[in-house]
Write a protein that binds this ligand. Sequence first.
Ligand SMILES: Cc1cc2nc3c(=O)[nH]c(=O)nc-3n(C[C@H](O)[C@H](O)[C@H](O)COP(=O)(O)O)c2cc1C
Length: 197
Amino acid sequence: MFNFTFMSTIYDTVSKVIKERRSIFPASYIKKEIPVEIINQILESANYAPTHKLTQPWRFVVIRKAGKAKLGETLGRLYKARVSEAQFLQKKYDSFAEKTDQADCIIAINMQLSGKIPEWEELAAVACAVQNIALTAESLKVGGYWSSPPLIDDLGEFLSLNANEKCIGLFYMGYHNEKPWAPNRNPIEDKVRWIEE
Ligand SMILES: Cc1cc2nc3c(=O)[nH]c(=O)nc-3n(C[C@H](O)[C@H](O)[C@H](O)COP(=O)(O)O)c2cc1C
């Protein structure tokens, strides 16, 4: 016999975490350290993502403490190298160090290509892993967001990536005092078609 009350409780919890997860940006983070145990719990969830042929392509680099300033400096340098003098914006340049400083921890999201399945499937599996990260962070009251500036293509040296490993984002994290707010979404009915006959 199913215990429907219990099942409903699990649904309620999962649904609440899914619906209340928001991207929380570094400007909203407060100065409070995320304990290593919490970071490990968040990372552990990533490992349960689905993965075709069990390639488990998700790879992470945890950037904390002095590592954050190094990342901020590296992003600034890469930005300066990419844009022309006319395009260069001091505000944009400064924003990298500012964001890495505001975050307590930044997880570089990497993808290790196995060659066994198409690249999009590896990417999809890593994205599933990131959603696990985002939901676990939400459940532990840690804010976070997936940042994907074009500069991540140039982070190979900083992150010591392998030959077939790509960085596909930076997950900024920090505690915050934001209240949940309703997300901006069109109704699901607009995005679903049913075939029943
Ligand atoms: C693959 C991916 C890349 C993203 N890259 C960025 C980014 O570079 N900058 C940014 O501000 N937000 C980025 N976001 C976060 C979105 O802005 C955010 O998910 C969207 O506004 C919806 O808000 P919500 O996450 O609170 O529901 C990214 C999200 C995903 C899934």
